[in-house]
Design a protein around this ligand. Structure first.
Ligand SMILES: NC(=O)c1ccc[n+]([C@@H]2O[C@H](COP(=O)([O-])OP(=O)(O)OC[C@H]3O[C@@H](n4cnc5c(N)ncnc54)[C@H](O)[C@@H]3O)[C@@H](O)[C@H]2O)c1
Length: 240
């Protein structure tokens, strides 16, 4: 029997890489999609004894994305994780930047979910979308990003409802603050660290591996009756 296949977008670094490594450890063959460093993640997975293929893909380009899905073939799990987060006061955001944020953070989630659904078995499959805690309380200078994250949660529910009869489960993970390249948007790392701990219940920083463990649960058979849900992984910052 061939290995189950999991595709992770934005797996060239950050949380996506940790998710790809964790799903590889769970036994999936991993398709690593990213505009950068997909090969590096594949190397790490292979060094850990797993199987993976790199796909250097700009998720804004639907033709390129579709070609990558064709090359990958049948799929069991999709994790929509890639995102961009340009910061700028709302009144100054050019429409082109708004469109770009939506192309990566939202449109690509829609497209990948559609392409994945067509390539999943007749029954069964799991989609996990990555949102953000910022969708609950907003975040200054990140309005377009925050808007896409709210849309990801709504899309998760709509797809869970529609794909339920095929036993395709669709869930969402909403991260709090994790130490990745994304933190570079905060100019003073020490002050940001203090700010994070002040808001979390747990008085330490979360690790990408802790986030990946929740994605692994939702992707896998232990969550077989869970669909349409969003799990907050934020050390008790926002409690819903
Ligand atoms: N790190 C955090 O604290 C945090 C908090 C809340 C939500 N998140 C969410 O977690 C997810 C991962 O974020 P991260 O912190 O690892 O950020 P990151 O910037 O480290 O990773 C994002 C990945 O997406 C890729 N990407 C960006 N544009 C792309 C494109 N056009 N085509 C293909 N790939 C592209 C990047 O190359 C990168 O590898 C995102 O959805 C983000 O919104 C992260």
């Amino acid at each position: 029997m061939s290995a189950r296949v999991a595709l992770v977008t934005g797996a060239g670094g950050g949380l996506g890489r940790a998710i790809a490594l964790r799903l590889a450890k769970d036994g999936y063959a991993i398709a690593v999609l990213d505009i950068a460093q997909a090969e590096d993640t594949v190397e790490l997975i292979e060094r850990a004894g797993g199987t993976a293929t790199p796909h250097s893909v700009d998720l804004r380009d639907s033709t390129v994305v579709e070609n990558a899905f064709d090359a990958i073939g049948q799929l069991d799990v999709l994790v929509n994780n890639a995102a961009i987060y340009p910061t700028r006061p709302f009144v100054e955001v050019p429409l082109a930047e708004y469109d770009e944020v939506h192309a990566v953070n939202q449109r690509s989630y829609w497209l990948a979910a559609q392409l994945a659904t067509r390539r999943m078995p007749a029954t069964g499959g799991s989609i996990v979308n990555i949102a953000s805690m910022t969708m609950h309380g907003g975040w200054a200078d990140l309005a377009a990003y925050v808007a896409t994250k709210g849309a990801v949660v709504a899309l998760t529910k709509a797809l869970a409802r529609e794909l339920g009869p095929r036993e395709i489960r669709v869930n969402c993970v909403s991260p709090g603050a994790f130490p990745t390249a994304a933190e570079a948007i905060h100019p003073d790392p020490e002050a940001y660290n203090e700010f994070v701990l002040k808001h979390q219940a747990l008085q330490r920083r979360g690790t990408p591996e802790e986030l990946a463990a929740v994605v692994s649960f939702l992707a896998g058979p232990e969550a077989s009756f869970v669909t349409g849900q969003t799990i907050e992984v934020n050390g008790g910052w926002v409690m819903t």
